[in-house]
Design a protein around this ligand. Structure first.
Ligand code: MRU
Length: 350
């Protein structure tokens, strides 16, 4: 039986609920979950059933607009009070991906312009849908710029999953591979498995296979050897938060790849929408790094793989210094060093 390549997506709005692809069950089970109340949305984000910076932002926007649509008051002040309570609750779900707060703030601005509760309810939902649909075009543009930047390079390494299922469609770091496949440009993608929760093995390998892209899975510790032995020509990764000087937080292990690129003299690219920039963080030192529970490291598939009570350190992200980044690929174009200036000029203009 032949498999028709399809770019998988993870989020579908259905009038009174959000349908999400349960990313915790991939690749063995393709299961969809229905989110109907604000606790569902919060738990889905915390438990990584939905993950990836843009997808987290889109989900939170739907969660807040959806919750607000059920507030039983005609009083705009009381409505705003309930809205702020729920906004703070969702904003607390994951600390590093700034797209979460970016999306919630965008909704708050919409509420600020509403003249009545009914108008607020309609416009908030409309805004969440807009955040979702805009993201697809943003990712497609990132893919177009990334194809230009990668030029004739075909052997590319990535980490984590900055793909279609981490966004509305196409992804950021994986967008050039999806677009390339549609245009007959064949990339050979090396996906780092991405310990501890294996977004590379479970998600990127699955997503690229579904989409018909040539993908080779390696463990994170094989990155240096693979770059050297397989002639990897560039590394491209996503981002969770980019500070004003270009320092970039992304999945743990990313900065290690940037250091390897420097050693092997190959370019290291970050691909991210402008909603991932946080100009209030001056440098990477201002970026909050999420620490997750020890079970992600001490167990695998429910089985203990470390002695009980061992001390565990589990930061989910690391910060890559701007000095190691060759270019930041956004929907507005490609930013090059000096990032302080190129970010000010391009991102600040929004
Ligand atoms: O913990 P996760 O799976 O949410 O981490 C995701 C990443 O680090 C991605 O690279 C990033 O969010 C960009 S997704 C387009």
């Amino acid at each position: 039986m032949t498999h028709t390549p399809t770019i998988p997506t993870s989020l579908e709005w259905h009038e009174d609920h959000l349908l999400i692809l349960n990313q915790q069950k991939l690749p063995n089970t393709v299961e969809y979950l229905t989110l109907t109340n604000i606790t569902d949305y919060y738990n889905a984000i915390v438990s990584l059933k939905v993950r990836g910076a843009p997808a987290i932002g889109i989900t939170a926007a739907y969660g807040l607009a959806h919750a607000a649509s059920h507030y039983e008051t005609d009083n705009l002040t009381e409505f705003t009070h309930l809205f702020r309570r729920d906004k703070d609750y969702l904003a607390d779900s994951r600390p590093t991906a700034v797209n979460l707060v970016w999306a919630l703030n965008r909704l708050e601005q919409v509420l600020a312009h509403a003249q009545s509760v009914n108008e607020a309810k309609t416009n908030l939902l409309h805004s969440a849908i807009q955040i979702h649909t805009e993201d697809e075009e943003v990712c497609r543009m990132i893919g177009e710029y990334a194809l230009d930047v990668l030029d004739d390079k075909r052997r590319i390494m990535t980490i984590c999953n900055a793909g279609s299922i981490a966004t509305s469609k196409y992804g950021t770091a994986l967008a050039p591979f999806h677009l390339g496949r549609e245009r007959g440009i064949g990339f050979q993608v090396f996906a780092c498995e991405t310990r501890p929760v294996l977004q590379g093995a479970r998600l990127t390998a699955w997503e690229l296979q579904q989409s018909g892209v040539d993908v080779t899975l390696i463990t994170d510790s094989m990155a240096a050897h693979t770059i050297k032995e397989k002639g990897v020509e560039a590394v491209i990764v996503g981002a969770d938060r980019i500070s004003a000087n270009g320092d970039t937080a992304n999945k743990i292990g990313t900065s290690m790849l940037a250091i390897l690129c420097h050693h092997y003299h190959i370019p290291f690219y970050v691909a991210a929408p402008s909603s991932t920039f946080d100009l209030s963080s001056r440098t990477g030192d201002d970026i909050p790094i999420e620490e997750r529970g020890p079970d992600e490291i001490t167990t695998m598939g429910g089985t203990m793989i470390a002695p009980e009570h061992v001390h565990v350190y589990n930061p989910a992200f690391d910060v890559t210094s701007h000095e190691l980044i060759s270019g930041i690929i956004t929907e507005k174009g490609v930013l090059y060093p000096h990032f302080q200036e190129s970010i000010q000029q391009t991102i600040n203009l929004a």
